[in-house]
Design a protein around this ligand. Structure first.
Ligand code: HEM
Length: 444
């Protein structure tokens, strides 16, 4: 029987590092702070971490949690990602803990732990292999044709909103939802519900923190919490209904591959299936949404780079990699040491957590010259780690890049003067960049 990750999700019962930190980092930046990422990555903090404390001990917001090693150097993130035997995704899951899992919806925390991304070894490799037919170049080519048509349709609708709109609602949220619905084989008419559930899932960390007493409930939180429990229940009911349907009538879609996955000669337990639904829904959705919105910000803030791109659209694939590098829509992934180890000169004890900050690694001056600069022609842009690295490297990265390319090829041709016009707004979330508002101005 497959050992599920949530069974090992235990609070460790100690606080602080076992070995003295080689870099004291107190006061540089509190990466565990919920509000920190609302205006984007804390780039000044990252720069100081690279110079003064590329690996440091970060206390956690949950009192009972011991804290973790915060990793910001490119080489260290890569080394940890390449060594899953020493740095497990399964032992403690890939998220920092917020709130008490016992207070949350019974599937929410296990769901975030019991899925492919939080499994090690053979079961992980086997599940990846079974999902692969939906991520091959041939499959993506066929998907691209449908995505291109959808982009054109969304831009037609966008044109009616000129001269101003929120790019997130009008475009950036819609495209990944469409693509994911195609991939999973779920009804496109359900997209409004799916969009609401995405917003609800992005708030889960915050509600956990409120329950734990770490945050005061503001009017914004109270409003978002209205009906939240019920909607989370509906989200899991929906996913499980789709899964049961594919178990009874398998079809040529990713949901059927998830529903009928076999490991160790047997079907996957329901807890895993609920987690697989939660994973694919989050992974395939808001990362791309936030990259589409984030790229608009980069192009608007760097008009000379936008002009360079418009003059030579062959640069687009590289410009997209460069945008993903700087946006780093997944803020971090966590690993847990399975044995005593060393990272960047720091002794790590077995059982300690390591949190890899992709946005920091992707701004490491040792790898990316003038790292905060958006350079559409940067030669090594594609070496970024925003999709992770190693055995768990993002399964959907080619689908994400394809969507971004289709979106910006058509958007820049149709609305070359579109520009950010006002403040970007992010939901409070320090796991993913959850851009909820990207105000833009444009002419038709
Ligand atoms: C710009 C968009 C995206 C970014 C930045 C991104 C980033 C990531 C990262 C950082 C990981 C974890 C790597 C690790 O733990 O080492 C990951 C895993 C994953 N991503 Fe993505 N992702 C994106 C889009 C997508 C899309 C569109 C899909 C699906 C359609 C997807 C599906 C997955 C899956 C299934 C995994 C788990 C892979 C495994 O555990 O083997 N992602 N992604």
């Amino acid at each position: 029987m497959l050992a599920l990750a949530h069974e090992s999700y235990r609070r460790a019962g100690w606080r602080g590092p076992r070995h003295p930190p080689i870099h004291p980092a107190t006061g540089i930046v509190d990466l565990a702070n919920f509000e920190l990422f609302r205006k984007g990555h804390p780039v000044a903090g990252y720069a100081r971490l690279h110079a003064e404390a590329p690996i440091y001990w970060q206390d956690e917001p949950v009192e009972a949690e011991p804290g973790y090693w915060a990793i910001s150097r490119y080489a260290d993130v890569k080394a940890i990602s390449k060594d899953p035997e020493s740095f497990s995704s399964q032992k403690g899951g890939i998220n920092i803990a917020y709130g008490d899992p016992a207070d949350m919806h019974p599937l929410l925390t296990p769901g975030a732990l019991d899925n492919m991304i939080a499994l090690d070894g053979e079961p992980h490799v086997e599940l990846r292999r079974q999902h692969m037919p939906f991520f091959t170049p041939g499959y993506i080519r066929r998907l691209t044709a449908r995505v291109d048509v959808k982009v054109a349709e969304l831009l037609d609708a966008l044109a009616t909103k000129a001269p101003r709109c929120n790019l997130v609602d009008a475009f950036a949220a819609e495209l990944p939802l469409f693509t994911l619905a195609e991939l999973l084989g779920v009804d496109q008419a359900d997209r409004p519900r799916l969009a609401q559930w995405m917003a609800d899932l992005e708030m889960a960390i915050y509600f956990g923190a409120v329950r734990e007493g770490q945050l005061a409930p503001t009017p914004e939180i109270i409003a978002a919490y209205n009906g939240w429990e019920e909607r989370i229940r509906e989200f899991f009911d929906y996913g499980m209904r789709e899964i049961r349907d594919r178990q009874a009538n398998p079809r040529d879609d990713l949901m059927s591959a998830i529903a009928n996955a076999v490991v160790d000669g047997g079907p996957m337990p329901d807890m895993y299936l609920a987690g697989a639904w939660e994973l694919i829904f989050i992974a395939g959705n808001d990362t791309t949404r936030n990259s589409i919105s984030g790229m608009m910000r980069l192009l608007s803030e760097n008009p000379e780079q936008k002009a360079k791109l418009l003059a030579n659209m062959d640069l687009l694939p590289n410009a997209i990699q460069e945008a993903v590098r700087l946006i780093s829509p997944v803020i971090y992934m966590k690993r847990t040491a399975t044995r005593d180890a060393e990272v960047g000169g720091q002794s790590i004890a077995e059982g300690e957590k390591l949190v890899m900050y992709y946005g920091a690694a992707n701004r490491d001056p040792a790898v990316f010259a003038d790292p905060d600069r958006f350079d559409v022609a940067r030669e090594n842009a594609a070496q970024h780690l925003a999709f992770g690295f190693g055995k768990h490297v993002c399964l959907g990265r080619q689908i994400a890049l394809m969507q971004l390319e289709s979106a910006y090829r058509q958007l820049l041709a149709r609305f070359p003067d579109m520009t950010m016009d006002g403040e970007m707004v992010c939901a409070p979330n320090n796991f993913v960049h959850a851009i909820t508002e990207m105000p833009v101005r444009f002419s038709r």
